[in-house]
Design a binder for this molecule. Sequence first.
Ligand code: WT7
Length: 660
Amino acid sequence: MSSAAHDGTIESHSLEVETYPPSAEFAEQANVHDSSVYWRAAEDHEAYWASRARDLQWTKPFTEVLDWSNPPFAKWFQDGELNVAANCLDRHIAAGLADRVAIHWEGEPGDTRTITYGELTHEVKRAANMLTALGITQGDRVAIYLPMIPEAVISMLAVARLGATHSVVFGGFSADSLRSRIDDAEAKIVITADGGYRKGRVSQLKPTVDEALALEGNGSPLSVEHVLVVDRCGSEVAMQPRRDLWWHEEISAFDGEHTAKGFPAENPLFILYTSGTTGKPKGILHTSGGYLTQVTATHNDVFDLKPETDVFWCTADVGWVTGHSYIVYGPLANGATQVMYEGTPDTPDWGRWWQLIEKYGVTIFYTAPTAIRACMKVGRQVPEQYDLSSIRLLGSVGEPINPEAWRWYREVIGAGKAPIVDTWWQTETGAIMVAPLPGLTRLKPGSAQVAQPGIDLNVVDEAGNRVDPGQGGLLTIRKPWPAMVRTIWGDDQRFIDTYWEKFGDQYFAGDGARVDKDGDVWLLGRVDDVMNVSGHRLSTTEIESALVEHHAVAEAAVVGADDETTGQAVVSFCVMKSQQELLSADDAEAALKKHVADTIGAIARPRNIYIVSELPKTRSGKIMRRLLKQVAEGKEVGDTTTLADTVAITMIQQQVNTTR
Ligand code: WT7
């Protein structure tokens, strides 16, 4: 395995792996079967993307493809107009596809809804009318805090249909996190549910919204005028008169008549918050025409989608970019039939996913390495009880997939023959950037392989110069791409500083990478203070600030330590304030874990918290997180020459080893 250290140095141990060319049978039927697409796109990347954009329906065709006159602020197809939702819905109805299933939805308790394109269009139009009546117009922001139920998709599309902007907040985030996102975007409406089903229980959402809205906030008046509540679980919830409205009651007043209007290609479509290297999450802004072009194109090409016959299933939550791009916009724009599942893979038992694949005849399955490793641990005897013969293609996203998991995935889930597309991309890139094209690429377990046509990828050294094959470096993108982040919401300067400061004219992604002699890309992990836990991005700084906010904590350091199942795990080292020493270490650990979960969300809960008496620091007082990471991983501590003294790290090492 390879890893990148926080100080930017990259250790990479090259792996010689076997390759898997596409079968003749697969190659023959593949959507992309002519490799000239790569050089044709490279020769004129604007012409390439313009032709992909023309596959969409424009209410006003664009004449200008890319405006890069004010880098790094790109404008794609800027004089064109389209309606994103109509591209996902009305266009298919007009093509006679109203009866095609859009979503096979399955609730965790086993309740189901089958929604055709006709029905989905009808519901989105009604929801758009409802939102209009509540005062939502072009440019307004709507926060969406929902479980994985069809109303999540309906809400997103209804907001998009009005030219408004959604900000989906993952249901696992705390009241604090929700509130700061609501405030940052100045959302007028929050769409939520009483709760959702998770691991056999109701996981409450509305009470968290109430708590969020009651918090002090950032000083400016609360932007929220209404909270729309979907009744998912029939639980008792408090409804604040006038502010809180039941979705089903409000929507009942509206019919399905709604004419979609075209909006400029650069109209904001959504904001999605993601962790950066500082405490404050970044509101990644995506716009309409370019985003839809690239998610639609990559969904077609990388997943080899045949909308008439395929059943696509992406297991992500709509609260993450994967759900935005490959549950909502890409698949629906392509007229795909897909599975959407509310719950967790282990409920009622670990057979759930495989049972759903069998039940719905899923042909394309897209999930994360952490889930694959969890299933490997449970054992192949579970999936082997189900008929998975419908599967013809598998996808992976979120972190590098280790070759062992790759082989298991292919053999056990893909019957030893389904191509696996390992897709590298980010919230900021909006769409898949590096991945095999399954009809062309000779697959290599562990490598995300090649930049997609029209994507100009580079691997460079600290000075921005391309490194030689086999050498580790930093992954950058040289030319603008259609689905790229347009800015950080409300903070253009932070956008420049975060992604463009380092190399000027190249977008710096934050990942280390290496290109091998065949030109295949190997991702080596983050080179900044960002952790990747179960494919979710977490900031070490954000968790550290949550910890030091606790009244008992004097100092905290957080590292992402390698973890067999989750990729990385959050490990914290805390120094308590002296008057708190009476607290037992066990109590302190439990209290601090809960504190982090309450402040940020359960996904950020540390796996370990070590209460230590001192943190290892350099002579200039900088915490040596690199050493703490080694300790947390049970490794020998490397170079300690820059430490002020080695006592602290030695003591921590003893402490960690005795509790391991
Ligand atoms: C970071 C982006 C894109 C959707 C999910 C995460 C890592 C993502 C891969 C992959 C190696 C990957 C990178 C990236 N990552 N996919 N196939 N191979 N690393 O979105 O939260 O924006 O995180 O996830 O480190 O920078 P995100």
